[in-house]
Design a binder for this molecule. Structure first.
Ligand code: KG4
Ligand code: ZN
Length: 345
């Protein structure tokens, strides 16, 4: 079976091909020009997707040594994401499916992330707890099977990656903030400032806006960013990173105590964070659970995870019509419906 995956939900254009269960191409073109605006500009993102998507497909076909006619299934991200950006990939996929007379599946981006651990040599084992930490979403999911997912909690305000990006902006470190904060934190003292570790009691929800505001207030109390020397900025970065990671792993550990799972998976762009990995591996060790964190290639937005999710849906009989509409928000998430399937986990 040969599956083509297409991902254009934000600022990465990605095309992947899975050939008989093996990722033969996973090409990602990142729109670096958003850096100068301090965040993604939606209209510019859509235009850049349009320019790059066809050449990227050609490269992926060449790399995989397959022709368009050999493709059996086409999967593209339908949401959540930037609506204009989603439209580019989804319409491109539908056009291909129509002209080539191939099956088409509209993939949920978050579900793509949730199952991205299966792109690794060692796979998660059902049921597993999945922490989704990206620029747009922060969720804790109980994953029973490829068709049964239950949302345990989510952020009530900012996403974890968004908090990294916003704090990096406050510190004048640039965009995307996660890698910058991680880098500056290496040289900082994470005990210098005691930022709050948010713990929303009796729930698996997260909140990061209070932490972000604390960083802002702290910078203001020091007379503004201009007054901070490099060491001080590194110390703020490290202290912030520690507080954020602690609030994520706190809920992960609470969920591990409550639910009997076989493994854990941490996915999404923030799963690339070294401190999050370090603490999570300690927790996994403590509870004797297998922990799967996708490699960098599959942590951030990529089409391999979209192709993989399309295949799993195809195998359980899903086919989508070519009038499937893109959706910007997580509220349209298909797994929220399937969560009804799970009772008394
Ligand atoms: O999953 P992703 O590539 O795109 C979305 O679907 O949002 O995640 C991007 C997010 C950004 O907010 C970025 O700052 C964050 O992931 N990120 C990191 C790291 N690398 C990327 N956050 C913390 N530490 C990192 N090393
Ligand atoms: Zn993502």
């Amino acid at each position: 079976m040969i599956t083509l995956g297409i991902e254009t939900s934000c600022d990465e254009t990605s095309i992947a091909i899975i050939k008989n269960g093996i990722v033969s191409a996973n090409l990602v073109s990142s729109q670096d020009f958003h850096k100068k605006y301090g965040g993604v500009v939606p209209e510019l993102s859509s235009r850049a997707h349009i320019q790059i998507i066809a050449p990227l497909l050609k490269d992926a076909l060449r790399k995989s040594e397959v022709s368009l006619e050999n493709i059996d299934l086409i999967g593209a991200t339908a949401g959540p994401g930037l609506i204009g950006a989603l439209l580019v990939g989804l319409t491109f996929a539908k056009g291909l499916a129509l002209s080539l007379e191939k099956d088409f599946i509209a993939v949920n981006h978050i579900e793509g992330h949730i199952f991205s651990g299966f792109l690794m040599k060692q796979n998660p084992e059902f049921p597993y707890l999945c922490l989704v930490v990206s620029g747009g979403h922060t969720l804790l999911i109980y994953v029973k099977s490829f068709s049964e997912l239950c949302k345990l909690g989510s952020t009530v305000d900012d996403a974890a990656g968004e908090a990294f990006d916003k704090v990096a902006k406050l510190l004048g470190l640039g965009y995307p903030g996660g890698p910058k904060i991680q880098e500056t934190s290496k040289y900082g003292d994470d005990n210098r400032i005691k930022f709050p570790v948010t713990d929303l009691k009796n729930s698996f929800n997260f909140s990061f806006s209070g932490l972000k505001t604390s960083v802002l207030r702290y910078i203001q109390s020091q007379g503004g960013i201009e007054k901070l020397d490099t060491q001080h900025i590194c110390d703020i970065s490290a202290s912030f990173q520690k507080a954020l990671v602690n609030s994520l792993t706190l809920k992960l550990e609470e969920a591990l105590k409550k639910f009997n799972v076989n493994s854990i998976s941490i996915v999404g762009g923030v799963a690339a964070n070294d401190l999050l990995k370090e603490i999570s591996f300690k927790i996994a060790d403590k509870y004797q659970k297998k922990l799967i964190i996708p490699s960098l290639e599959f942590c951030g937005d990529n089409a391999a995870m979209i192709a993989f999710r399309a295949e799993t849906l195809y195998k359980i009989g899903r086919r989508d019509k070519l009038n499937f509409k893109p959706y910007p928000s997580i509220d349209n998430n298909s797994f929220l419906d399937s969560s009804k399937l799970i009772e008394g986990i």
